[in-house]
Ligand binder design. Sequence first.
Ligand code: TYM
Length: 337
Amino acid sequence: MASERSRVLSGIQPSAGSFHLGNYLGAVRQWVSLQESYDTYYMLADLHAITVAQDPEALRTNTRLSAAQILAAGVDPERSVLFAQSHVPEHAELAWVMNCLTGFGEASRMTQFKDKAAKQGAEGTTVGLFTYPVLQVADILLYQPQQVPVGEDQRQHVELTRDLAERFNARYGETFVVPEAYILKETAKIYDLQEPTAKMSKSAASPKGLVNLMDEPKATAKKIRSAVTDTGSEIRFDRENKPGVSNLLNIYANLTGLTVQALEEKYQGKLYGALKTDLADVVVDFVTPFRDRTREYLDDPATLDKILAAGAEKAREVASPTLTAAYDKVGFLRPAR
Ligand code: TYM
């Protein structure tokens, strides 16, 4: 029976192997809670991963590792559709149509492209990296979702998705749902522990500011205890003047469910060291069972692969009719049967 529930689509690149705290708090945690009230589609964006060079074996390993982490975080394959982007050929096919609707200047304004191209240098900047946001547009529109749960850094790509959905609908007639970014204010941007005005990122200049969920908990605790704090000694949330402390308070609040205000009261008159030691314990208490659950999934790759195969089949049930509708609208002849 067709479902009446609204849809959600999101994705994550499997390229880094371990997710970091920003991926989890900014996105994957919402994926879990949204299962309650939406039909949810979650994707391992392996096509996106190859926009920068990948070792083929590492990509395969990291794709399974990413699937295992999503399941360990609480995404339930009975309730959500979990799949690999490359298993659903409609993504690359709709991306072509969307490429032909995107202005060159429009694509050139994507800030993620500019940042990534600057990191890759002229030689490493591929056309794939340039059209990466357009592939993301196709990922989203194929599923006709109302909501796209992401961190702040993906907002511009969801805006592009809205623009292209509206452009397509205006040119060819109503075809795509115009989706919205689902971004929670508190976790929209988790910052680097060493450089607390920059977002936590897998391509950070130094690994010291990056909390990878799959790292040894002891090493993670050490990173948190050596997080950069601010001048002064007061433990207070103030993004502008105290970005380091504010980031730590925010992570603490989001992992425990306590409010930032309750934490400010708890640490009144205490030193930064006390906050960092306690937060290190909070993070270790979170990552330890998370890593164990991830490893259990990884120990059974056949089951993981089956979950992804079943997911791809369910994803295609939605993606394929959407692509057919779009192909019809643009005027492609249907192949004779
Ligand atoms: P990716 O793999 O870089 O990141 C996955 C998710 O994590 C969020 N995120 C953060 N949130 C808060 N603070 C941070 N420091 C932080 N760092 C990362 C990202 O916003 C993202 O939600 N292009 C996407 C993958 C993608 C996708 C899609 C997403 C492909 N197709 C369709 C949504 C819909 C990406 O590279 O995310």
